[in-house]
Design a binder for this molecule. Structure first.
Ligand code: DX5
Ligand code: ZN
Length: 219
């Protein structure tokens, strides 16, 4: 069953509670929170305080995507804020096993994200340890970018890697997911679909969620 995770990055923050309630009532499965520090990525968003506010707004699992340097220093705060999944970037973690272990010790599901230019082989030796593999299908930092088509091959290879290593991680794809790209991403083997602008920038947010869910569930 495909999981749809609207990214609040593209939401109207002056109306966050209502926007989260709206996507929840329309059939969203998780809420995706994009944390950016202006160092690892060239954009600055929000921290644990807003994740906590999102947690108070919904019963849905919070899928927290950390695009920050030194993520280890903030794991506990994001756990306390109510994160259900915490995903860190492979590129910024010199001791990835240690970081993943720390997340799991907090009782939170652990994810690892790869930028489009980072090979899948970099997580092969940790594949059995992770709960989620986030494949970025745009360069991280901004919503509203176009889907990078090479990501499809990476998703297919991630499915093969999961089989080869006898792992159980979910495969999540983030960036440029909309009603035109969702089907091919599903067909490639994706489990979790992050969508920001194709939901929150639409005039009818509820209808956008329903339509994406329909595309994913008809497959
Ligand atoms: C980009 C973020 C994404 C972003 C996706 O760095 O990680 O989660 O919100 O936005 P869209 O769906 O608009 O590409
Ligand atoms: Zn994200």
């Amino acid at each position: 069953m495909a999981i749809l995770a609207p990214s609040i990055l593209s939401s109207d923050f002056s109306n966050l509670y209502q926007q989260i309630r709206l996507v929840e009532m329309s059939g969203a499965d998780w809420i995706h929170c994009d944390v950016m520090d202006g160092h690892f990525v060239p954009n600055l968003t929000f921290g644990p305080i807003l994740v906590e506010a999102a947690n108070k707004s919904t019963e849905l699992p919070l899928d927290v995507h950390l695009m920050i340097e030194n993520p280890d220093n903030f794991l506990e705060e994001f756990y306390k804020a109510g994160s259900n999944y915490i995903t860190v970037h492979q590129e910024i973690c010199p001791h990835l096993n240690r970081t993943v272990s720390k997340i799991k010790e907090l009782g939170v599901k652990a994810g690892v994200a790869l930028k489009p230019s980072t090979p899948l082989s970099t997580i092969e030796d940790i594949a059995t340890e992770i709960d989620l593999l986030l494949i970025m299908s745009v360069n991280p930092g901004f919503g509203g970018q176009s889907f990078i088509n090479n990501s499809l091959k990476k998703i297919e290879n991630a499915v093969k890697l999961r089989q080869k290593t006898n792992s159980n991680f979910l495969i999540e794809v983030d960036g440029g997911i909309n009603k035109d790209t969702a089907k091919k991403v599903f067909d490639a083997g994706c489990d979790v679909f992050v969508a920001g602008s194709s939901i929150f920038k639409e005039d009818n947010i509820a209808a956008a969620v329903v339509e994406l869910k329909k595309i994913l569930n008809n497959k």
